[in-house]
Design a protein around this ligand. Structure first.
Ligand code: P53
Length: 477
């Protein structure tokens, strides 16, 4: 059998993309609330345009999202029906610390997540909790410049102390920062960073990254002290780079591009700044301010496992003409002529998942966890309100097959697999509801109309069978 007996099958969501209830029970505003639907979105999430309050006439999908705030019992019972062993979710920092720098937490926020964890426990579902999934309280953004300030480390430490102690016995698996490398590509959405014209943006990003890396090590330390059973992972937006051609320059460029991302995980998993990064930072004139003890903290508190998202492989080249034609989303990449793409232009590459798993396992030799994978697609319910999403079943079965090959044939140690957006939710990149990933359809459109009614898609029963057979039966019938 390919997968461990205790393989953690499940699905993944993030607080601001599903909860809604953005101002309920004392919740404070967060960076992720302020990203509108539509053409202004990209400028905001990349930190190039400022938007510090809601602007009239814009749609903010995170305000209501799919209102899981009031539907969590129904949603978790549907996850249980599919046989989920784990449910990956995130806590909204600003529910627990509405401003971010208080000394006492907001009890209503803590209670909300306690109810969710207990609901999971009821069905034997192990929560896998992302501490920050891109979110940062707006108060910390405005007052401190978010992660550019060292003080954020202390605020994050408070948050960790509170949640680890409160949820001890309820939550065993934690991720410190979602897609930590996203700080380079979407600094406002990823870490609350925005820029002044005179800023050296790389300097700001890498200093903020250092703060996150130290905060992540502190979180790992506290978790292990509070409960030695707790397992803490890092989280990478992964996807191996391929050289566009066998030209040595292209090959080297692909390695450089991979390192841009692996830098973060090298620190979190190996415990030190890698030599290539020190050289690169020096060349770029970036100086990272560190405090005494930072290097020890990083060295002594490496993660227990390495998790990542995988949607696509990427292509690197030094060819200027090809680069000029580059398109895509936040991770712009040269198109791979051998691959087809989704409706949103994300290239589909199951073999790339096997390659990525092998690359990461070779590099870190720690248990791996795929915590996001899936196909964003338009779904059209038929006359009975049923979505026949064979395209999603195809995508997922091919990726699960690739993951099986990595385990069975290559010996990769894999703990689990959670598909992204197991219930339809708001897209992080575009803000659309119509970019759907779920096994469960939610009746809501991009403009916010709809009943929020949940219904099972064809993939619901398919995934249920996959889990029941521990990944042995991937057929679609
Ligand atoms: P959406 C870009 C590239 C890779 C991962 O993305 C990304 C993004 C953001 O667009 O984000 C992760 O919703 C992220 C999730 C996000 C998911 O991928 O743009 O962790 O929050 O929803 C899918 O289709």
């Amino acid at each position: 059998m390919a997968f461990r007996k205790d393989f953690l099958w499940g699905g993944a969501t993030a607080a601001n993309q599903c909860e809604g209830g953005y101002n309920l029970d004392g919740r404070g505003l967060a960076n992720v609330d302020l990203a509108p639907l539509g053409e202004k979105r990209m400028g905001v999430i990349t930190g190039q345009d400022k938007m510090f309050e809601f602007v009239d006439g814009e749609i903010y999908p995170a305000k209501e999202a799919i209102d899981m705030y009031h539907h969590y019992e129904e949603d978790i019972s549907l996850f249980a029906e599919m046989g989920f062993k784990t449910y990956r979710m995130s806590i909204a920092w600003s529910r627990i610390f509405p401003r971010g720098d208080e000394s006492e937490p907001n009890e209503a926020g803590l209670e909300f997540y306690e109810k969710i964890f207990k609901e999971c426990k009821k069905y034997g579902i192990e929560p896998l909790v992302t501490i920050t999934h891109f979110d940062c309280p707006m108060y910390l953004v405005e007052k401190y410049g978010a992660w550019r300030s060292r003080e954020l480390v202390g605020f994050y430490e408070n948050l960790c102390n509170v949640i680890f102690n409160r949820y001890k016995g309820l939550v065993k698996y934690w991720l410190t920062f979602n897609e930590i490398n996203m700080i380079l590509h979407a600094p406002f959405m990823g870490a609350g960073l925005y820029f002044a014209p005179e800023d050296n943006q790389d300097q700001v990003k890498y200093q903020a990254a250092h703060h996150e890396l130290v905060a992540s090590a502190i979180a790992t330390k506290i978790a292990h002290e509070v409960d030695p059973e707790m397992k803490v992972g890092c989280m990478l937006a992964a996807g191996a780079y391929y050289p566009y051609s066998p030209k040595p320059e292209d090959v080297f460029e692909s390695r450089q591009k991979d390192r841009e991302s692996y830098f973060f995980i090298d620190v979190q998993s190996r415990g030190e700044y890698p030599a290539y990064a020190l050289k690169e930072l020096e060349r770029k004139g970036i100086e990272i301010k560190m405090e005494d003890g930072d290097l020890e903290l990083l060295r002594e508190n490496t993660v227990d496992f390495v998790s990542f998202s995988y949607y696509s492989s990427r292509v690197a080249t030094t060819d200027e003409e090809l680069l000029a034609k580059t398109e895509g989303n936040i991770f712009a990449s040269v198109a791979n002529p051998y691959l087809k793409a989704s409706e949103w232009g994300w290239q589909i590459d199951p073999m790339g998942l096997r390659i990525t798993l092998n690359d990461i396992y070779d590099r870190y030799q720690k248990p791996l966890f795929i915590v996001e994978n899936g196909l964003g697609a338009k779904d059209t319910p038929n006359e009975n309100g049923y979505v026949v999403d064979d395209y999603r079943i195809d995508y997922l079965s091919q990726h699960i097959q690739a993951m099986k090959d990595a385990v069975e044939l290559d010996g990769v140690d894999l703990m689990g697999y959670t598909t992204w957006g197991c219930i339809d939710l708001v897209s992080a990149g575009t803000g659309q509801m119509s970019k759907r990933y779920g096994f469960i359809y939610v009746d809501k459109d991009d403009e916010g109309n709809g009943t929020l009614k949940r219904s099972k898609k064809k993939s619901f029963d398919w995934y249920k069978k996959v889990i029941a057979t521990n990944g042995e039966d991937l057929t679609n019938n």
